[in-house]
Design a protein around this ligand. Structure first.
Ligand code: ZN
Length: 898
């Protein structure tokens, strides 16, 4: 209490200079092999994984946040006695490299390798505990060889097949475009031509065969955010309903022999059907269109072919359509209704045909209103006889009316009864339907993993024999951005002998969707140098499932779903022995930068161009700017370059700020003042240790500590000690009040930070606890004896090590610590140290607070009264007279009434 802060003045010699220590420790750790993955033999494995980056060449703050979070988790696990796998790699195929080739003539492989080298260097500056010996790069043939091998596993299992599917076609450049190469107006990014749809034979993976498992296993993923599980469930979209057949009739109303099959989740509404709709691409459209509607139908199909699926199914879209002239018979009531085509029905979903029930489906209601089709209510809310409905459809279940023999049934029993009637009378059947489609993996691009098959005129599709893998991607090819994919233009590469019959044959020229490469990379890290298999089963089973996966919410569906699919297929092929790849998932929030926008022109203004941030104005027009936080992006000039921050403050400060500013799953607003604050905090710790050194303190003065086995032991292959063992300090016999205060602060911090690092990873509160501990040390360290002071310093540095690894190591070494701070055991709190032995007692005189008194925490009422009466406060205010009344509230206050 009242002691002066224990910070010596800052001199040149003692100033915290991260630039002088961070690089040095990064090199030392690399030389020592500190982050090398130990051999795991006894079930203490911990696999910490960040979603690997696309090597664009520039690390951004979103990456930094992702990798720092994973790093703290990995480092903490290691200190808690786990053998940790914490790898990194590169999701290195993809369009940007090919675009760079087309636009600037750079070879995609060279461009990618250069970007990887520069990003690897930027990652090293962050001091991440990554085992770089396990790095994987998906565009290198030692990796994609196994992507091809795995594709052949899918092919052999009957889970890879070819069929016609739509692609974006640029009619000027005569080339297929990726969705990202088509702008918002449906034009080619390069030629500006209106993009057309074309049908091409392409490769699919049959993920729908695993739809039920992918859905049914979601509840097992208790360590995943609920939101991600819900998104996956919706994406899979299992719904139960019925397929119902509507017979097509001729001009006289007689059956023509054709039937339209619709899928519906609401067979109970079949008596409300007023039209049936086909997707414009439905194979029956051409045959059933009557001559008088032919021109309108053709024009409409042309219009729809220019729309994306998203535009067509947008909720607020216009719901356009035309009748094709034919009619169908409602199998339930025999009524004839018109057949339409409409943009909102997609050929690939369900049967490509739906029944239109405007009274009970909002989309059908809007369509019917636009096209003046009848609306007939056949379901009413239970307990009501209201028929009217305004503004929209009644989409809830209810009771049937105008439904013949089914009148009066409630929706659930009506669904069953109508489906049963359809089955027995031959006009329908029960059906489970999924929103999930098979996965189109073909890309007509160059910079991807070649699909390892050969097309032979006599043998058909022939897999490339496994011993001939990899099918190498030819390098140094010409790019024009026009015509067929660059691979298809390489005659020498395309023309090969058929592996079966030896006759001339042609290689597949499609490459794989890059999601194929990222669907199994986490398996390869367990055995990255295997040249005989993608991974050995014993190794993959030992390290996986991944204990903690960390990445962006934007991967909530595709990447995570495809990875789960791969895992289940490979399990069924006997290649691995678990059902799910990722036990726990953390989706980190975005990093947002301060953003200035002119509300009139809509233009973004760079913060550097805003002269006065307290009155932000457009530098050109003087107009007042809007100020808000938004995801960092180049186009909004609101990005913060990680390298610049590290150059100025060091990696440790950048890490501390990112961890402190927001809980990991929440968005984080970048704030220079808070970065500065973290830098000052680290400086304070530096000065604390400088002060201790000036006293001649060494960690050798502290209580005995358990240190993990040295690095030499590991290098020679001997195993680490068995079960996780934690660092436990013994309680000193005699402690002064200051020492007791200090120990209580230390052990409170150990308890709180250990809690924060369990489960939900509340790094922000953990950093706050470190700050509280350093404040308590500033107050009590000087008055504490060497053993207690050494215990406090050792604890502070060990607790700090996962967050600010360079500073913690530097100070640990300065204090003569044994081995690396990162190999110390995580401390456990001493319960005895947490007990408060005195408490502050409030002294009141006539109900007014007049002072405080430190009293034993276990003092009884009589003792408290005695102590209060003897206090200086009582002497001053009662002037020696006995009080008329004394009120004692144990643990809180004594009120003396004169
Ligand atoms: Zn052949």
């Amino acid at each position: 209490m009242g002691a002066r802060p224990f910070y010596p003045s800052v001199t040149e010699a003692s100033r915290y200079r991260p630039e002088q220590i961070e690089r040095r420790w990064q090199q030392a750790w690399a030389e020592q092999g500190l982050d090398h993955t130990p051999v795991e033999t006894d079930g203490t494995s911990f696999y910490a994984l960040s979603m690997f980056p696309y090597p664009s060449g520039n690390l951004h703050m979103g990456h930094v946040r992702n990798y720092v979070i994973t790093d703290v988790i990995a480092r903490t696990a290691r200190m808690r006695g786990h053998r940790v796998l914490h790898p990194m790699g590169w999701d290195a195929f993809g369009l940007p490299a090919e675009n760079a080739a087309i636009e600037r003539g750079v070879e995609p492989g060279d461009w990618t390798d250069r970007n990887i080298a520069s990003m690897r260097e930027q990652l090293r500056q962050l001091g991440l505990s990554i085992d770089w010996d396990r790095e994987v790069t998906t565009c290198h043939s030692d990796y994609y060889r196994w992507t091809q091998w795995l594709f052949l596993q899918f092919l052999e299992a009957g889970l890879a097949y070819r069929r016609e599917a739509t692609v974006n076609w640029d009619p000027v450049d005569q080339t297929v475009l990726a969705n990202e190469q088509v702008d918002g107006e449906g034009r080619s990014w390069r030629s500006g031509a209106l993009v057309e749809k074309r049908q091409l034979r392409q490769w699919f993976l049959k993920i729908t065969a695993y739809a039920d498992q992918l859905l049914d296993d979601l509840p097992k993923l208790e360590g995943w955010p609920e939101r991600v599980r819900t998104m996956q469930a919706n994406w899979i979209g299992r719904s139960s309903g019925a397929e119902l057949d509507f017979a097509v009739v001729d001009g006289e109303g007689q059956p023509s022999g054709e039937a339209i099959t619709v899928f519906t989740t609401r067979p109970d509404t079949i008596f409300g059907v007023s039209y049936v709709v086909l997707a414009p691409e439905h194979p029956l459209v051409a045959r059933l269109t009557t001559p008088d509607q032919a021109i309108a139908v053709e024009a409409f199909c042309d219009l729809v072919s220019r729309q994306s699926d998203q535009e067509r199914t947008a909720e607020d879209g216009p719901k356009r359509g035309v009748p094709i002239g034919a009619r169908v018979r409602n199998p339930a009531n025999g009524e004839l209704v018109p057949l339409w085509i409409a943009d909102y029905v997609l050929a690939e979903y369900g049967t490509g045909a739906v029944m239109g029930v405007p009274a009970h489906d909002q989309r059908d209601f809007l369509f019917a209103r636009r096209h003046e089709l009848p609306v007939r209510q056949v379901i009413i809310p239970e307990g009501s006889d209201e028929h009217a409905f305004e503004g929209g459809a009644w989409t809830e279940p209810g009771v049937l009316i105008h439904s013949g023999r089914f009148d009066g049934l409630a929706s659930p029993s009506a669904k069953a009864a109508i489906t049963a009637a359809a089955e027995s009378e031959g006009w329908g059947r029960g059906k489970v339907q999924y929103r999930l489609r098979d996965w189109l993996i073909s890309r007509q691009r160059y910079w991807g993993c070649p699909i390892p098959v050969i097309h032979c005129a006599s043998c058909g599709v022939v897999p490339v024999p496994a011993e001939q893998l990899p099918v190498e991607l030819p390098r140094q090819v010409a790019f024009s951005g026009k015509g067929a994919s660059p691979l298809a233009q390489l005659e020498d590469w395309v023309n090969v002998a058929c592996p079966c019959c030896g006759q001339p044959a042609r290689r597949e020229t499609d490459t794989m969707d890059t999601f194929m490469c990222s669907s199994w990379y986490y398996l390869r890290y367990s055995d990255p140098h295997n040249t005989a298999l993608p991974f050995e089963r014993s190794k993959v089973d030992r390290w996986l499932p991944v204990d903690q996966y960390v990445g962006g919410i934007e991967h909530a569906i595709l990447h995570l779903l495809y990875s789960r699919f791969f895992t289940k297929v490979l399990r069924d092929r006997g290649l691995l022995g678990f059902d799910e790849p990722f036990t726990r998932l953390l989706t980190q929030g975005m990093v947002q930068g301060i953003t200035y926008k002119n509300p009139h022109s809509g233009k973004y203004i760079a913060p550097a161009d805003v002269a006065d941030p307290t009155d932000p104005r457009d530098p050109n027009s003087g107009e007042v700017l809007e100020v808000f936080f938004e995801k960092m992006s180049k186009s909004k000039y609101n990005g913060v370059d990680p390298t610049a921050v590290i150059d100025r403050y060091g990696a440790d400060t950048a890490r501390m700020f990112i961890l402190f500013k927001a809980p990991p799953e929440k968005d984080l607003e970048w704030d220079d003042a808070d970065v500065e604050g973290q830098f000052r905090f680290l400086q304070r710790i530096w000065r604390l240790v400088e002060g201790a050194l000036a006293r001649g303190l060494s960690l050798a003065d502290g209580p005995a500590m358990a240190v993990q086995e040295g690095l030499d032991g590991r290098a020679s292959g001997s195993s680490l000690p068995g079960a996780p063992e934690l660092l436990r300090f013994s309680t000193p016999e005699e402690c002064s009040p200051a020492e007791r205060e200090l120990r209580r602060a230390v052990h409170t911090a150990i308890t709180a930070i250990s809690d924060d690092l369990d489960g939900d990873y509340q790094f922000n509160t953990a950093v706050s606890e470190l700050m509280k501990l350093s404040n308590a040390m500033g107050e009590h360290l000087e008055a504490a004896g060497l053993p207690v002071a050494a215990e406090a310093l050792a604890s502070l540095l060990i607790l700090l090590a996962p967050f600010a690894p360079h500073l913690a190591e530097e100070l640990w070494q300065k204090l003569g610590g044994n081995g690396s701070v990162h190999l110390q055991r995580w401390p456990v709190a001493d319960p005895a140290a947490l007990v408060r032995d005195t408490i502050p007692l409030v002294i009141q005189i006539k109900g007014k607070v007049r002072g405080n008194l430190e009293v034993p925490a276990d003092a009884d009422k009589a003792t408290l009264e005695k102590l209060a009466l003897e206090s200086e406060v009582a002497l001053r205010w009662l002037e020696g007279k006995a009080p008329s009344r004394v009120i004692v509230v144990p643990g809180k206050l004594v009120n003396l009434v004169p």
